[in-house]
Design a protein around this ligand. Structure first.
Ligand code: ADP
Ligand code: MG
Length: 394
């Protein structure tokens, strides 16, 4: 298991990198975490419920304002040089391209929201410990760290949920990825030691205490390190299927189909694919509700089977799993895990596994052995420690 460098440790290195690159010290350094979703998958575009936690892995950015309109961005991780853009002239259709679209998209979204101060430009240098493309929201970490830095430097006074929505807007409209608002909200609003329960209809938040260690438990993240091309377009297809289901049922969104009415709703749907999608979304909203009730009752152990049930639903009804994710769940549960499921968009990426603390090592080894036996690349396994949301570090 690997432990990430703390934001405070990387802040110094990032500030030094900034000074070397741009010739003067940054005005400040900010950090924003990646996230892992415990439960509630493909529910966020159905006005449903999600329950992510922020990881100790963070994007750290050193930022200074400019006044000449130039936006200069650099990532220590990208292998590219400094990308220079015109802050006032950014347009989604120009496709800033590559990773720079994420910070540029945030500047564009702030400008579009009327915060013209950002058109003065900025210098940004960043580095991140969030694995990219692993379903752990390295993209949202990037958006939120830049949004928070500009919010602080320009005194824009935006709230955390507002910053999350701006980050989502940047990703949807500027980068061109049709994601929901969960990732950015988790990165912007999470609290240490807590899960974040988010109602994606009214965006109301609840911090749910999540002290697994006190109950002798641990949550592991298993990054399978694969991403199947099959996933391209799958999100849009699932989304369209869910919208078709809501239309056929005469509701605004699938969130409005109560779990008690699920059998009756399914009877009314003729298309078997739409029926399966509806069954997943409505039952996963119910699993979020059950998970929260179990945690409120101090019974985190009982969340395990709920996770596995969620995996089966994602695998069989929504069909967004992958052989590697199924193998994690199967091997972990066979080795005594309390439950496990894929997390994030699927087709690869990561899984979460709930274990008795004392079983963490054996379960990790069982998953690693199963991957080796199947000829897969070794997975990356680390504990999901519920960490703080975005913040200024120096
Ligand atoms: P995820 O958010 O699950 O990690 P995405 O595909 O949404 O996956 O976002 C990954 C993209 O975010 C990368 O391809 C890259 O463009 C950008 N990104 C993330 N972290 C960094 C980084 N440290 N430096 C440069 N770009 C990054
Ligand atoms: Mg992402």
């Amino acid at each position: 298991m690997e432990a990430p460098t703390t934001p405070e440790e990387s802040a110094r290195a990032v500030a030094e990198g900034f000074t070397r690159l741009y010739g003067s010290a940054p005005e400040g350094v900010w950090a924003a975490p990646g996230r892992v979703n415990l439960i509630g998958e493909y529910t966020d575009f159905n006005d449903g419920f999600v329950m992510p936690l922020a990881l100790p892995h963070t994007a750290v950015a050193a930022v200074s304002r400019r006044t000449d309109g130039r936006l200069r961005v650099h990532s220590a991780d990208s292998g590219e040089g400094v990308v220079t853009l015109d802050a006032a002239g950014l347009r989604p259709e120009d496709g800033a391209g590559g990773w720079a679209a994420y910070p540029a998209g945030v500047v564009w979204a702030l400008r579009e929201a009327g915060h013209h101060a950002v058109t003065g430009g900025a210098d940004v240098h960043l580095a991140s410990t969030v694995p990219t493309g692993a379903g752990l929201s390295s993209s949202a970490a990037l958006e939120i760290v830049v949004a928070l830095a500009l919010n602080d430097l320009h005194g824009l006074g935006l709230s955390r949920p507002e910053l999350a929505r701006l980050g989502q807007r940047a990703e949807n409209a500027f980068v061109g990825v049709p994601c929901g608002v969960m990732d950015q909200t988790a990165s912007a609003c999470a609290a240490e030691g807590h899960l974040l329960h988010l109602d994606t209809r009214d965006l109301s938040l609840r911090q749910v205490p999540f002290d697994l260690a006190a109950q002798g438990l641990a949550l592991l993240v298993v990054d399978t390190r694969v991403k199947h091309a099959l996933g391209d377009g799958a999100y849009a297809e699932r989304r369209a299927g869910c919208e078709a289901g809501a239309r056929a049922l005469g509701v605004r969104a699938l969130r409005d189909v109560g779990y008690a009415r699920l059998p009756e709703a399914l009877d009314r749907l003729e298309n078997p694919t739409v029926r399966a999608y509806v069954r997943h979304v409505v039952s996963d909203n119910e699993r979020v509700r059950r998970t929260m009730a179990l945690l409120d009752a101090g019974d985190a152990r009982a969340v395990g089977p709920v996770l596995t049930e969620g995996h089966v639903s994602l695998r069989d009804d929504l069909r967004v799993s992958a052989p590697e994710l199924d193998l994690v769940v199967e091997a972990a549960n066979a080795a005594g895990a309390l439950g496990a499921r894929m997390t994030g968009g699927g087709f690869g990426g990561s899984a979460v596994v709930l274990v008795e603390s004392g079983d963490a090592e054996a379960v990790t080894k069982a998953v690693e052995d199963a991957f080796a036996a199947a000829g897969h690349t070794a997975p990356r396994v680390f504990p999901a420690i519920p960490s703080a949301g975005a913040r200024r570090v120096s």
